[in-house]
Design a protein around this ligand. Structure first.
Ligand SMILES: *Cc1c(COP(=O)(O)O)cnc(C)c1O
Length: 356
């Protein structure tokens, strides 16, 4: 039976990306060696990193005065690496979920942290809109897509201070105006590659401004100066990222991705909104195109396990909601075909015929 992969992360990748990666594991570009057993210094690997960077620049429209680096450690390492490099006195954070909170916690070790607004009291079901960014902050940090709660900031906002965004779960889902941001980072395992690689896009002028000593490995400049090759980078995930970037370009780029992502999200949100049994959890105007969260209405709450079983039997994978929200979450990343969304909608409708 065909599986419909709604996993939140690590998550679905395009089939041809997986096949190209598998081929390179068996024989890397006809060299008679696996990508798993070559040196990252080997002449054949540098072009992989170079091409991945070039394609990121092309797809996102990253200007010359920005650097693009590939690191290990996940987005979670960026929660401390970022303030280590950028926070001298004060930083501002928008608290839109657990990931934002974790980022804030780390920053507190380096300076004053101002929480400009929070939706914690409403279990992060919306994105706060009315807030003031302190003009003397070293940077303002946002989480563009809140993977757990299904809320998203889909507009590139204006900030009077350098804007930093954790885009782990919505990078490449829509065209971006990179010039509005000073730093964009994310773990690649949601929309780009398998786990193991983190991308960081940095406007060069924000670096070199803190007075503390920064350990070599945690210093962005180290990795910029060495083209992500200061130490052994995550070779295989970078290779897979390159395959995804090529796929993105061949599909028509980020405008096409956004079109498809809107179509997929509308299909599922409409089914939820028209449903007698289910209801969405996120505030409508803040709903994410990437993670669609819904629960059974109070009078049907007993049927949660039944729906889970019903959907699993029909090939749905990864639709269990995060434990802090409950219910269901369908992640509809770039690689997920609309046919999978339709299959989930069919499940919702059929289940309702049986129970509502
Ligand atoms: C998954 C996720 C993270 C954590 O990423 P790791 O690479 O596991 O550290 C951080 N932020 C957001 C928005 C995420 O979705």
């Amino acid at each position: 039976m065909k599986k419909h992969n709604f996993n939140a992360g690590p998550s679905i990748l395009p089939q041809e990306v997986i096949e190209n990666t598998a081929k390179a594991v068996l024989d890397f570009q006809g060299e008679g060696l696996s990508i798993l057993e070559i040196s990252h210094r080997a002449k054949y690997f540098q072009p992989v990193v170079d091409e991945a960077e070039a394609l990121m620049r092309e797809l996102l429209g990253i200007p010359e005065n920005y650097s693009v680096i590939f690191l290990g450690g996940g987005a979670s390492l960026q929660f401390c690496m970022l303030p280590f490099n950028l926070l001298e006195k004060k930083a501002a954070y928008l608290n839109t979920g657990v990931w934002a909170k974790k980022a804030m916690k780390e920053a507190k070790g380096f300076g004053e942290v101002v929480e400009v607004a929070s939706s914690a009291d409403a279990n992060y079901t919306f994105i706060p809109k009315d807030f003031e960014i302190p003009a003397d902050a070293d940077y303002f940090h946002i989480t563009t897509n809140n993977t757990i709660y299904g809320t998203e900031i889909r507009k590139d906002i204006d900030s009077p201070v350098p804007l930093v965004a954790d885009m782990s779960s919505d990078i490449f889902s829509r065209p971006l105006d990179v010039t509005k941001y000073a730093v964009i980072y994310g773990g690649a395992q949601k929309n780009l590659a398998p786990a193991g690689v983190t991308f960081v896009i940095i406007r060069n002028d924000v670096l070199g401004k803190v007075s503390r000593y920064i350990p070599t490995m945690l210093n962005y400049q180290t990795h910029i100066d060495n083209g992500s090759m200061f130490n052994t980078p995550p070779v295989l995930p970078i290779y897979t990222a390159l395959q995804t970037l090529k796929w993105l370009k061949a599909q028509g780029g980020l405008a096409e991705m956004e079109k498809r992502n809107i179509a997929k999200a509308e299909l599922l949100y409409n089914a939820i909104d028209n449903s007698k049994m289910f209801v969405g959890t996120a505030n409508k105007e803040d709903r994410s195109l990437m993670n669609i969260c819904f629960v059974l209405k109070e009078e049907y709450k007993d049927l949660e396990a039944d729906f889970m079983k019903f959907a699993t039997e029909r090939g749905m994978v990864g639709i269990k909601g995060h434990r802090s929200v409950g219910g269901f979450r369908a992640s509809t990343y770039n690689a997920l075909p609309i046919e999978s969304v339709q299959a989930l909608v069919d499940c919702i409708n059929e289940f309702e015929k049986l129970h509502a």
